[in-house]
Design a binder for this molecule. Structure first.
Ligand code: TEU
Ligand code: CA
Length: 516
């Protein structure tokens, strides 16, 4: 595993909405470069940038038309290379977004593949052998060319599925992952990875990583495929970091990913934390952490030593954290996010409490996700400092409320969410036990009960983390003694064999003795 992941704290940038450097209303790479001081100032030392490649943008760039060229609206390949260099100068790293499962219908591979005459790309995508047969369990594209077949799609109807083979073959047109055409597809994707890694990118976030091999209930075909990618990386780019959008760390890490995300879908119970009717982190205090902690524990044991489980604050597909939570609640969310194992991911704007913009018309396939993708609010200038274009030209309308949070207001207010997060990152970065690989042991994570407590440890120290999102005082029996309060928000005390946490509090306590 690349050493830099040990203390990586990621910042996810949705490039179209971060910073516009040339007044066309769309964020761009030069804009990102101009804001590296800000990101570094917060304490983040790594970036994940959503797809920034040539695309017709029917799914915000997750419909790639040319994997090896930066979309002109974001700049040029040279700009991206400059970004890599600027980051490396600061000791920072960057993951690009690899979308290996599907392309745009406008990709030249797909155009060739629609041709009824046999050619190199005929089997690059999942095609049935008759226009009258749809691929089972998938939506499809049909009748848009003279090729006699239906092509499966992975997401929107503009995103035809690349052919990596079928783990269980039930129809004659289905190939096995080791057949020549699926092998050629994987080779092509490996070439894409090589292209960017050579240019200086530090790795990839991999989109829908479990979707490549089809009819693969248990994930075995996809695990085998990613193991081949691991072999390539071990040989040519051992320092490249790989994080999967898979949501099942026991599988993805076996496939050779260094990290997997917990997501708003899949079996992780991630939604119990922040995004359900009664989330654990709501001050109402009606949530339950038990199912999350149990699943986390199981995965943690299964994946012990193999890689990291990453918990994001949000992403471009989910509701903004601030849609349901106030600043007080958000501070407690981040005390948790920044004290868990694995590399934390902060979605741009979450650090200043950016809100979900209600009622927007969908932009570039965002639909309900559009409200979480609005332009970053930098200051009280024109368009919140995001762009000097006319308001109507902005990629997505900016939060219209005059009290909208901005980076500037946050930076200047000692009690802001931003400054709390900055403090939390600084504490994490000065205690290896709190970082990616420090161990975790849950001390208190009960059904329908508060608080949550765990011990983070390594061979240097043991740190007890107590998190009470609820607006009630609560506690539990604890047989140990604290030595030093590393972080506190509210009042948390250890006395007479009991921990007592004030309403909406969080604390990190260095332990000198503990008997549990
Ligand atoms: O998302 C995959 C994913 O599973 C989505 O279905 C998600 O659940 C959805 O956005 C509803 O919230 C990835 C990308 O993150 C997403 O932006 C892309 O649209 C999708 O893949 C297709 O590439
Ligand atoms: Ca621009």
């Amino acid at each position: 595993m690349p050493k830099w992941l040990d203390n990586a704290v990621f910042y996810e940038i949705y490039p179209q909405s971060f910073m516009d450097s040339n007044a066309d209303g769309i964020g761009d790479i030069r804009g990102i470069i101009s804001k590296l001081d800000y990101i570094e100032g917060l304490g983040c030392n790594a970036l994940w940038i959503n797809p920034c490649f040539v695309s017709p943008f029917t799914d915000a760039g997750y419909d790639v038309a040319d994997y090896c060229t930066v979309a002109p609206r974001y700049g040029t390949n040279d700009d991206l290379k400059t970004l890599f260099e600027e980051l490396h100068k600061r000791g920072m790293h960057v993951l690009l977004d690899l979308v290996p499962g599907h392309t745009s219908v406008e990709h030249k591979w797909f155009k060739e593949s629609m041709d009824p005459e046999e050619n190199v790309y005929t089997h690059r995508y999942v095609w049935t052998d008759s226009i009258w047969e749809s691929p089972e369990g998938m939506n499809n594209i049909r009748g848009i060319s003279q090729r006699d077949g239906c092509c499966g799609v992975n997401f929107f109807s503009t995103q035809p599925a690349l052919n990596y083979g079928f783990y269980n073959k039930t129809r004659p047109w289905q190939m096995s992952p080791d057949d020549p055409a699926p092998t050629a597809t994987l080779d092509a994707m490996i070439s894409v990875m090589r292209f960017w890694l050579k240019m200086g990118c530090d790795g990839f976030r991999v989109d829908m990583a479990a979707s490549l091999v089809k009819n693969d209930e248990e994930g075995k075909g996809n695990i085998a495929l990613w193991k081949k990618v691991r072999t390539f990386l071990d040989k040519e780019f051992p320092e490249a970091a790989m994080v999967s959008e898979w949501g099942e760390p026991d599988k993805s890490l076996e496939g050779g990913f260094h990290m997997d995300f917990l997501l708003h879908f899949g079996p992780s119970h991630y939604n119990d934390l922040f995004r359900c009717d009664e989330p654990f982190f709501s001050k109402r205090g009606n949530g339950s952490i038990a199912a999350f902690a149990d699943t986390y524990k199981k995965n943690y044991e299964k994946t012990g030593g193999k890689g990291l489980i990453c918990i994001p604050s949000g992403n471009h597909d989910m509701d903004r954290l601030a849609r349901k939570f106030d600043t007080g609640e958000l501070k407690i969310c981040f005390a948790f996010l920044l004290s868990m194992p694995g590399a934390p991911f902060i979605y741009y704007g979450d650090e200043i409490g950016m809100r979900y913009i209600e009622g927007l018309i969908s932009v570039e396939g965002g639909f309900g996700r559009t409200g979480s993708r609005s332009p970053m609010q930098w200051n009280d200038g024109v368009n919140a400092g995001f762009s000097s274009a006319a308001f109507e030209k902005l990629y997505i309308p900016i939060d219209p409320f005059p009290d909208r949070p901005t980076a500037e207001k946050n930076i200047n207010d000692e009690n802001s969410l931003y400054n709390e997060i900055k403090r939390l990152i600084r504490i994490r970065q000065s205690h290896t036990a709190l970082q990616s690989k420090g161990k975790i042991e849950f001390v208190y994570a009960q059904e329908n009960a508060y608080p949550l407590a765990y011990i983070r440890s390594d061979d240097r120290e043991k740190i007890l983390v107590i998190i009470n999102p609820s607006d009630k005082e609560c506690g539990f029996d604890f047989n140990g003694a604290g030595q030093e309060l590393l972080y506190t928000n509210g009042i948390v005390k250890i006395s007479e064999g009991r921990i007592c946490a004030s309403p909406q509090s969080a604390a990190f306590i260095k332990l000198d003795r503990v008997h549990i």
